[in-house]
Design a binder for this molecule. Structure first.
Ligand code: PMP
Length: 384
């Protein structure tokens, strides 16, 4: 968990004068409110009682069918969850025994560390560089390690914005198959590419030459970043023996995800969803370009920043490893700008001279003013 000190400081960032790059939220002005209103109306008019009744644990079949078709798998390989966050929790419950080695990127999604932690795994960080996980390093590491799971966000990673190139995905698959490791591929940002060419998911690569029962990749997808996170609708797709166990865990956890929400989303598939993805990609692409430009001009020399091809975040590393961005946050907030310090995103070997910026909930002017202020804070810190 993030320290309470950070939480206290981040509360201050709610003040209107503070430009916050700290959020992890999608841009709310892009939510398809009218379309959701109309879809809810149609669902309640056409299927009122069924929409409000208990329903199957696996999820609304038309929705599972759509997900399955997209990935060319059968619907019994898809479990609907209440957000990917629940998917992570249920996977932890089903797959992790105390002491099991779970490999994670360095840094990785804090929420996954939190979701897995109660099942008492031993987290081991995998070496990463500017392109994500380094396959050769992983292979070397696995020689001396009985690892069970590899949790990865290969596309527009949270927190770094990095994307793992195709050749590395293939290498990862080969290595994990040979070493008997299961990959959990988390893909909430997969659809949010605003530049560069599509890269196949690890799941897709694995599916092509594995039978449904031999697959060693489990993938999570979500409607949070492409429709609205408040709907809490997402899914896990994977080999049947894992999905069968997930169904049992899901039933014990909450019986099923909200029927009404699943039906509303089913109404929005294809037309509205396709259009939303286009709108979001364009808006996020513009905002990212402004931030990357501002960062290049205004952050002091030696500071590096990732240059994402999609998603919501970029990741800044300060040249002096002794700088701690946690106490520096208070200085930033004094200058009316906020970010998330990097430390909580590391499972073990934290690098304190890092921070995460979200570019999606700020205007051009806010991005320029905020990065200016951040540049001054960092310059000041480096000069001490
Ligand atoms: N995984 C990653 C990598 C995320 O960034 C997020 C959202 N911050 C989630 C999972 C959870 O998404 P949700 O529960 O809204 O589907």
């Amino acid at each position: 968990m993030t320290s309470s000190a950070i939480r206290e400081i981040l509360k201050i960032t709610q003040r209107p004068e503070v430009i916050s790059f700290a959020g992890g939220l999608p841009a709310p002005e892009l939510f398809p409110i009218e379309e959701i209103k109309n879809a809810a109306d149609r669902v309640l008019t056409d299927h009122g009682p069924a929409a409000l009744q208990y329903s199957t644990t696996e999820g609304h079949l038309p929705l599972r069918n759509w997900i399955a078709e997209r990935s060319r798998i059968s619907p019994d390989m898809v479990q609907i969850t209440s957000g990917s966050q629940q998917g992570l929790d249920l996977l932890g419950r089903v797959l992790i025994d105390p002491g099991d080695v779970v490999l994670v990127e360095s840094p990785t999604y804090l929420g996954a560390l939190q979701a897995f932690a109660p099942y008492a795994p031993r987290f081991v960080e995998v070496a990463t560089d500017d392109d994500g996980i380094v396959p050769e390093a992983l292979d070397d590491q696995l020689a001396g390690l009985d690892a069970k799971l590899l949790y990865t966000i290969p596309t527009f990673q949270n927190p770094t914005g990095r994307t793992l190139p195709l050749a590395r995905r293939e290498a990862l698959l080969e290595i994990t198959r040979r070493r008997g490791v299961t990959i959990i591929e988390d893909g909430p940002y997969n659809e949010l590419r605003f530049r560069g060419g599509e890269v196949e998911t690890i799941f897709e690569l694995a599916r092509r030459d594995s039978s449904p029962d031999e697959l060693n990749v489990i993938m999570l997808g979500t409607f949070s970043k492409v429709l609205a996170p408040g709907l809490r609708d997402a899914w896990v797709q994977g080999p049947r023996h894992v999905i069968d166990k997930l169904v049992q865990a899901k039933q014990a956890a909450d019986l099923h995800s909200p029927t009404l929400n699943q039906m509303i989303i089913t109404e929005l598939l294809d037309d509205v969803l396709t259009n939303q993805i286009k709108i979001i990609r364009e808006a996020y692409g513009q905002r990212a370009a402004i931030m990357i430009d501002a960062v290049a001009r205004k952050l002091p020399e030696g500071v590096t920043c990732t240059n994402p091809e999609g998603g919501m975040f970029c990741w800044v590393t300060l040249p002096d490893e002794t700088i701690d961005t946690e106490p520096m946050l208070a200085e930033a907030v004094d200058r009316n700008v906020a970010y998330v310090p990097g430390r909580p995103f590391y499972a073990t070997g934290a690098r304190s001279n890092t921070l995460r910026l979200s570019y999606v909930t700020s205007t051009e002017e806010q991005i320029r003013t905020g990065i200016d202020a951040l540049g001054a804070v960092i310059a000041d810190r480096l000069s001490r």
